[in-house]
Ligand binder design. Structure first.
Ligand SMILES: [Zn+2]
Length: 212
């Protein structure tokens, strides 16, 4: 059944996390990702794309063993570490994507850890700061890269910031001094906007929130 909603090609409301993507919904697996999915991970047969009984959309599946190759986004877990002075810690990325640009620490959730653990681990690995994740600042869908990014506000409880293989530089920025034009990712921009909206509404004038 093809859903036709009041929003035309978007059958359901995209919600707040839809702000962080320009890509339309309902287009299936992105080409760059589909190109990597050729063989069944269970038996090695070539995958075929098409209708599958009981499934509500065409999918890749294996004609040999019947396994369906579901393609779902991965979760990226990140933090905005906040100093006692109310500054936000960002790192200048030492690796692609976003090499040389500023971003919040974070990375992919591992299959054997909780989201909270991943937030602490990734922040430690990239900044050598020990944090205690607090409120969720936001959850952001990035259809372009097949990820969903969660951003926690985090209290710094230990460690000393120092460059790491993944971070050329680590710095704390006052909300008034965020390097908007040098941010690595859309999710970084959205999260910083949302954090300022919530914690520093006194700064909610356009040049600060939307300057980039
Ligand atoms: Zn198979």
């Amino acid at each position: 059944m093809k859903l036709e909603g009041p929003l035309g090609s978007e059958p359901f409301d995209r919600g707040r996390d839809g702000r962080s993507t320009d890509l339309a919904s309902g287009r299936g697996v992105p080409g760059w990702l589909a190109d990597r999915l050729n063989f069944c991970s269970s038996c090695g047969s070539s995958l075929q794309f098409g209708t599958i009984p009981g499934e509500d959309r065409d999918r890749l599946s294996c004609p040999g063993c019947g396994q369906i190759a579901y393609v779902n986004p991965r979760l990226v877990v990140t933090t905005l570490p906040i100093t006692d002075a109310g500054e936000i810690v960002l790192l200048r990325r030492g690796i692609e994507p976003g090499l040389g640009a500023w971003a919040q620490p974070g990375g992919f959730l591992e299959v054997d850890e909780t989201v909270n653990q991943a937030a602490i681990r990734e922040t430690w690995e990239e900044t050598r700061l020990l944090v205690e994740p607090g409120e969720i600042v936001g959850l952001y869908t990035r259809l372009e890269v097949a990820v969903v990014t969660i951003v926690f506000e985090a209290r710094i409880v230990g460690g000393n910031p120092e460059p790491t293989p993944e971070a050329l530089e680590i710095a704390a920025f006052a909300p008034e001094a965020i390097p908007w034009t040098g941010l690595a990712f859309k999710t970084t921009t959205w999260a910083l906007r949302d954090w300022i909206d919530r914690r520093r509404p006194d700064l909610a004038w356009p040049d600060v929130i939307h300057g980039r």
